[in-house]
Design a protein around this ligand. Sequence first.
Ligand code: 5GP
Length: 115
Amino acid sequence: MAAETVFGKIISGEIPTTFLAETDRVVAFPDINPQAPVHILVIPKSTEYANVTELAAGDPTLLAEMVAVAKQLAAEHANGEYRLIFNNGASVGQTVFHVHAHIIANLEERSLVGF
Ligand code: 5GP
């Protein structure tokens, strides 16, 4: 079980957030500190999974739903191409321990280095 996080507060409405996409089990919203022209977070509404490893083992269908939402958002906000980043652990940059995918798109050529 993931500990209470800022994303749990976004899902509960405690932190008001405009959702760019929502399904029964997934929401997406802009990252508050964007690292690319398109930088959107996709998260499950469930607070059960702290990272993608736990999610893949526990509910692969939910992981697939997150990817489907990412595909849809990349078509709406970019040219359909996107990077999908899951930081998995503090030492590789994970700061929020509620599983989330970063959708990164509309990058300039060679701007991938360092992120
Ligand atoms: P991580 O480093 O855990 O992979 O990514 C967490 C992301 O959540 C960061 O990119 C950070 O900017 C974003 N973030 C943290 N707090 C908030 C918030 O309150 N609202 C939104 N929209 N994004 C947040």
